[in-house]
Design a protein around this ligand. Structure first.
Ligand SMILES: Cc1cc2nc3c(=O)[nH]c(=O)nc-3n(C[C@H](O)[C@H](O)[C@H](O)COP(=O)(O)OP(=O)(O)OC[C@H]3O[C@@H](n4cnc5c(N)ncnc54)[C@H](O)[C@@H]3O)c2cc1C
Length: 322
């Protein structure tokens, strides 16, 4: 039985997704314990030259015009053929729109168990263990990665992307594609609108969550953002309520952000939000609940009430600038 750890390298519009490096970092930890190799799997068309910095022992490239765009059923067929033939011990996917769809379909097709929302992995006395972040991050479930084969869909947070990079290109092997036509075709790729501001490019984000209570209180946060020279972004409940436009949404269904400062006000840190802020240089969390998962990824935090803190902080920032 193979002890190799496979990583499905996610990419879009010619860019390797950050989650791929996180997967490589996790895979290295698992491979050190299983005694296998870390093997990257790259699907696409004209993708030679992509993923040259992923920390894998070898990179399998399946290059096929049918795989030029991410079409779920084609990618699934191509991967099902490869994985059933090579039977790795564990295969890692990002728990992203692309990765979660593939991992779920493959789990059914191959009959291999899938662990979703996996935040970290570790080895203990020869056993491979996962920690999965359930119920919006409120429950951390630890278990043994099922044998002989398992699929893991990972959220960011447990490993640094930097740990999954290498400086020299990995050895590349070309593998035959088993992609089939499928029922779905891509008609058009629509770039999301950047709208009033592009929060993915802002250096300072003051982000507001359900803890803000109602639309009228957003103004207070806008004043703090203006004093700091940043802009306001939000978690999903705030956008769903229509208190801020969708262009300000941070998270799985919004934008990934990488500001110098991410100030999270009244945000719990659910996985769908947290996965999009892990590239921030500094995260500061303000949340009255000391057990909120946002504190797991924040560098600084306070359990002060945001309604006490925000006006006082705005005043202090203004004074400091005079
Ligand atoms: C498929 C899918 C996609 C999703 N996509 C996204 C996405 O893109 N972005 C996103 O954000 N979510 C997304 N979600 C929703 C996500 O699961 C969470 O429900 C959401 O992030 C919670 O938002 P929140 O932290 O603002 O609210 P809550 O989880 O309700 O947290 C509010 C926090 O405010 C704190 N608080 C309350 N009052 C105060 C106060 N006075 N001072 C300080 N702190 C206070 C509370 O302690 C609490 O922790 C998605 C969910 C699914 C299923």
């Amino acid at each position: 039985m193979s002890q190799d750890i496979y990583v499905v390298i996610e990419h879009l519009r010619g860019q390797v997704a950050d989650i791929s490096y996180v997967l490589c970092a996790a895979a290295r930890q698992l491979a050190a314990a299983s005694g296998g190799q870390v093997v990257g799997v790259l699907l696409g068309h004209n993708v030679q030259g992509l993923a040259q910095d992923v920390a894998v022992d070898r990179l399998l490239v399946m290059d096929d015009p049918q795989l030029a765009d991410f079409i779920p059923d084609r990618y699934q067929q191509a991967l099902a053929g490869l994985l059933s033939a090579q039977a790795p011990r564990v295969t890692l996917f990002g728990d992203t729109s692309i990765g979660a769809e593939l991992a779920g379909g493959l789990s059914v097709q191959l009959g291999w168990p899938l662990v979703s929302y996996c935040r970290s992995v570790r080895a203990d006395d020869g056993r491979l263990l996962y920690i999965s972040q359930l119920c919006g991050g409120k429950v951390m479930a630890e278990g043994e990665i099922p044998a002989p084969h398992a699929l893991l869909a990972m959220v960011p947070g447990g490993f640094q992307a930097e740990q999954g990079k290498r400086t020299s290109p990995p050895p590349v092997e070309t593998v035959a594609s088993a992609a089939v036509g499928g029922r779905i075709t891509l008609k058009q790729y629509i770039e999301p609108e950047s709208g009033d501001v592009d929060i993915s490019k802002e250096a300072i984000l003051v982000s507001v969550g359900r803890g803000i209570q109602n639309a009228d209180n957003i103004e207070m946060v806008q004043e703090l953002a203006a004093a700091l020279g940043g802009v306001v972004s939000a978690s999903r409940p705030v956008v769903d309520q229509g208190w801020l436009p969708t262009t300000r949404l941070v998270g799985k269904s919004g934008k990934r952000v990488k500001p110098r400062l991410y100030l999270a006000l009244g945000i719990s840190g659910a996985p769908e939000h947290a996965e999009a802020i892990t590239d921030s240089q500094t995260i500061i969390a303000v949340n009255t609940d000391a057990s909120a998962p946002i504190f797991d990824i924040a560098r600084y935090g306070t359990t002060l009430d945001l309604f006490d803190l925000v006006p006082a902080l705005t005043e202090k920032v203004r004074q400091a600038k005079q």
